[in-house]
Write a protein that binds this ligand. Structure first.
Ligand code: PHE
Length: 360
């Protein structure tokens, strides 16, 4: 009986020891075979975690006969140490592998030549606009803006061009509806500013912007182009002020020594009205192919603000007067940079635009 009991006991103990051995083999094999850090972490939980196999063996020890506990405990401790060491070693191995893989993937070939970033250029029309803005800001003018889709009222009515006025034929207009149009001149902005001022003096501003006219496009015409309007209203403003201002502008835009001349003209919103010519900057007024032998180049329309326009906008023409001018930016840019076809400004040919690259 006794020997039989001893036999069972030995048998059970052997089984328990085998189990430890089995967990050990299984854990070490799995840990050594882990191929990434996530899998390894999973194995740590399985074997070394609170509910893991090693902990389960520890629990089992509590129910063992006293004499068996030391040997069993020792073996489990050895197991725990072995598994922990294997885990630590594998972790170091996989982490350095991961770092290498990352370094490999993010490798930068510093011998590769860099890719040049394309930097945009400033459009020649905008160069001219900026130059004019700087010039007039320096003389104390402000810069006004207005809508390109404009009311007939500002484009024509307030500019002294009523519906039946023959001057409406001077400018072929893109109408959106009977009262709305694409502005045909920057004078529309001038009218808005006059109205806004509510009779308050002085007014000193320029308004650059796009304008539209129903024109057939060719080397010198475009259905869309740019103008810059100038307007000064105050006490005792005269044609001499206009001439002085435009002479200053011509010198700044086309070089020192330029003179301007006025030729009588007609605009409904100015009285008197003038066409303004600048002495040719290419031949200094002697006559060349650019100025067609005349020594003069026409660059803008101008005049003294019509008394009726002042009146309509709430100014007393007895007490104040003003001058206005409108210059075409394409015309200025073509002269300044020697461009012979207005369409160059709108076709966005990079070879053309790059000629104005100020950053190269
Ligand atoms: N608005 C005129 C045009 O487009 C130019 C101009 C402006 C003339 C101001 C006189 C005064 O042709």
């Amino acid at each position: 009986m006794r020997s039989c009991l001893t036999g069972t006991f030995l048998f059970e103990r052997g089984k328990r020891m085998d189990k430890i051995q089995q967990v050990q083999e299984e854990a070490l094999q799995a840990i050594n075979g882990a191929s990434n850090l996530q899998d390894l972490e999973q194995l740590r939980i399985t074997y070394l975690g609170k509910k893991g196999s090693v902990q389960a063996l520890m629990q089992e020890m509590k129910s063992l006969p006293k004499e068996e506990k030391p040997a069993f405990g020792q073996k489990v401790n050895v197991l725990k140490q072995l598994v922990t060491d294997a885990f630590d070693q594998k972790q170091v191995e996989l982490s350095s592998g991961a770092i290498h893989a990352q370094l490999e993937a993010e490798k930068i070939d510093i011998t590769l030549s860099g890719r040049k970033k394309e930097i945009g250029t400033i459009h020649p029309l905008y160069l001219v606009q900026q130059e004019l803005e700087d010039l007039f800001l320096g003389m104390g003018y402000k810069i006004a803006e207005g809508p390109e889709v404009e009311l007939d009222y500002y484009n024509f009515e307030l500019a002294n061009i009523p519906h039946d006025h023959p001057a409406r034929d001077m400018q072929d207009t893109f109408y959106i509806d009977p009262n709305t149009l694409l502005r045909t001149h920057t004078t529309a902005m001038q009218m808005r500013e006059l109205e806004k001022a509510k009779g308050q003096l002085p007014i000193k501003l320029i308004c650059p912007g796009k304008v539209y006219r129903r024109d057939d496009d060719d080397a010198t015409h475009s259905h869309q182009f740019m103008q810059c309007e100038g307007l000064v209203v105050g006490e005792k403003i005269t044609l001499a002020d206009l001439k002085g201002t435009l002479t200053y502008m011509a010198n700044a835009m086309f070089g020192e020594g330029r003179t301007v001349r006025f030729r009588p003209s007609y605009f409904p919103f100015t009285e008197p009205s003038v066409e303004v010519d600048v002495s040719c900057p290419f031949c200094n007024g002697k006559g060349c192919s650019v100025c067609k032998g005349s020594g003069w180049i026409e660059i803008l329309g101008a005049g003294m603000v019509h008394p009726h326009v002042l009146e309509m906008n709430g100014f007393d023409p007895e007490k104040c007067s003003g001058f206005a001018f409108g210059v075409g930016l394409e015309r200025v840019a073509m002269l300044k940079y020697g461009i012979d076809d207005i369409r160059n400004f709108y076709t966005n040919d990079m070879r053309f635009l790059k000629m104005f690259n100020r950053f190269d």
